[in-house]
Every structure is written in structure tokens, then in C-alpha cells.
Design a protein around this ligand. Structure first.
Ligand code: SAH
Length: 277
């Protein structure tokens, strides 16, 4: 979606999906082509480098989010078209919110400010789910285990609430080289509410070079490598593994017979309410 006046310059928040361009949206692809200036974390710039040759590029390190947003706003205020690249979706633990917050501080409005376009992308939770089956078929919660910006007690409360309410859970930022305690405590809380056989998928570098997929369970999940490039998907109480795929039923198996075309009651099920998904 776009707001503001592009004659005053433009910032495009581009979520490019998990990695390679075939999983980028057409609009994200076009936006990278249209941009004069590209701003992003070095790893992300690297992932899209063949699409942005010859453009003015600002690469920054991991913790320099505010610098990145500031450069983007400055260059846009000079009348340029600036693309800020994020992996996945820029509005999911990305820079879209930070840019809007900073523009707000400057008094930006949709009516007469520079143009801002937020371009959606497939977030890691969606991309990683697609690699291991269909684990997100029922209600899910996404939780980041990074306590850099959120106190750990708050994160733990959310994990506990999601576990108790039987949400499928996607864990972003589960661990880093120095941050290793969080995933251990997370598992302990999950085990208070879920069976140790609950399926768990550990996806590292989904759709990128070095991709690894592990299907395990709550009991054994810590026997596998978990780091910065990993997303973890925890099943709900109905999730099961079939032929190496993680499946969360939507409830059809209780409502309808899946083996034949007819429902247990002998009439075709009305699926019109699910077709739009
Ligand atoms: N805006 C991004 C999330 C950034 S937070 C999005 O919408 O996906 C960074 C975290 O995202 C990582 O720690 C990891 O948990 C997850 N992540 C991002 N890309 C990933 C990928 N290709 N494979 C697995 N996890 C990924």
C-alpha cells in the first residue's frame, strides 16, 4: 500500500521473501528495479545483488536499524526513490514500523508527506512452513525470542499463553552465538502444556544456500543446531507427522470423511466457506 506524495520523494519498504527471487512478489521485484537508492543489511543486499546493479547502495550491519531508516528518509527527502530491503515481510520484525515511527516524529502525514509504500513479502514463518508440510493450517502465534527490544519476562508470558491456548507457534530469532538460554527456557514452558512427542520443525536458511530441515519433537529438539538463521515451528496438540511432512489438521477429519467424496452423513460437505483461503 502507498501513501503520501511521490513528487517529494519515496521510500519503498520491500520484503523480498525468504531469499531467492522466485519467491519474491512481482511488486517487490519491480520496486527494486524502480529504486535509485537501496538500503539494507549486508546479507540482504547480497541476496538481491543481481537485481540492483549500478544503483546507489547503503549497506549496514545488523544492529544499525536506526541508521538504515535515517539514511532512507534522508535520501527520500532529497527526492530519490529509496528501497529499504528486508527479508521476509518488512512489517514482521522488519523496518517498516521503525520508518513510520521516525516519520511520525518528523510530523509526516499521509496527506502531504513524501510517499511511503509497504510491499508485502512471504515471511519466514510462511516460507519455512511450506518446506515441511502444512503446519500452520490452524491458528498460530509468531514469537521472537530476541530480548534486545522486549523484556524476557514478557516473551515468556506470551510463550506460556500461546502454549496454553494450543496455538501452533513459530519462533523467530530463537538463538544466536551468545543468546542460547532462551530456547531452553522456551522448551521448558512449552512442555508444561504440550506432550513431549509434539512435532517440531527446525528450518535453517529456508530457500537459501545451506538450507537444512529437521523434523523432531519437543523432547529432542535441543539435540539439533539452532541459530540466527533458524525458524522453529511447534505443532499444536493435533499436529502429526506423515511421511516426513508436518500436518496440522483443520478439523476436517472429525467433520467429514476424507477417504471418499461423501461425508459420514452421506451428503457432500459444504466447503464453500473454505475455498477463499
Ligand atoms: N522480516 C523477516 C524476519 C526478520 S527477523 C521475515 O518476515 O521473515 C530474523 C529471523 O527471521 C531469523 O532469526 C529467523 O528466525 C527468521 N528467518 C528469516 N529468514 C529465514 C529463512 N530464510 N529461513 C529460516 N528462518 C528465517
Amino acid at each position: 500500500m502507498e501513501w503520501g506524495n511521490s513528487e517529494k520523494g519515496k521510500i519503498m519498504m520491500v520484503g523480498f521473501g525468504p531469499g531467492p527471487k522466485e519467491h519474491m512478489t512481482f511488486r517487490a521485484y519491480e520496486a527494486l528495479k524502480e529504486a535509485d537508492v537501496i538500503v539494507g543489511y549486508t546479507t540482504y543486499i547480497e541476496l538481491v545483488k543481481d537485481l540492483i546493479e549500478g544503483k546507489e547502495i547503503y549497506e549496514t550491519g545488523m544492529r544499525e536499524e536506526v541508521d538504515r531508516a535515517e539514511i532512507a528518509i534522508e535520501r527520500a527527502e532529497e527526492g530519490k526513490k529509496v528501497a529499504v530491503v528486508s527479508s521476509g515481510d518488512s512489517g514482521v520484525y522488519g523496518l517498516a514500523g521503525l520508518v513510520l515511527e521516525m516519520l511520525r516524529e518528523k510530523g509526516w502525514t499521509r496527506e502531504d508527506g513524501l510517499a511511503v509504500e509497504i510491499i508485502p513479502g512471504a515471511s519466514a514463518i510462511n516460507a519455512c512452513a511450506s518446506l515441511v508440510g502444512a503446519p500452520l493450517m490452524h491458528d498460530f502465534a509468531s514469537i521472537s525470542l530476541s530480548d534486545l527490544l522486549t523484556p524476557w519476562e514478557v516473551i515468556l508470558e506470551r510463550i506460556e499463553a500461546a502454549a496454553k491456548a494450543d496455538f501452533v507457534i513459530g519462533l523467530y530469532n530463537p538463538a544466536s552465538g551468545t543468546r542460547t538460554r532462551q530456547i531452553i527456557e522456551t522448551r521448558e514452558v512449552l512442555l508444561k502444556h504440550r506432550a513431549k512427542e509434539t512435532p517440531v520443525a527446525i528450518v535453517k536458511s529456508g530457500y537459501r544456500d545451506g538450507q537444512t530441515l529437521v523434523l523432531t519433537n519437543l523432547d529432542e529438539m535441543l539435540n539439533h543446531k539452532i541459530g540466527m538463521l533458524t525458524t522453529i515451528l511447534i505443532g499444536n496438540s493435533s499436529t502429526y507427522v506423515y511421511d516426513g511432512l508436518m500436518i496440522t489438521p483443520r478439523g476436517y477429519h472429525t467433520k467429514y470423511s476424507l477417504a471418499g467424496k461423501e461425508s459420514a452423513a452421506g451428503v457432500l460437505p459444504d466447503t464453500s466457506h473454505v475455498e477463499s483461503d
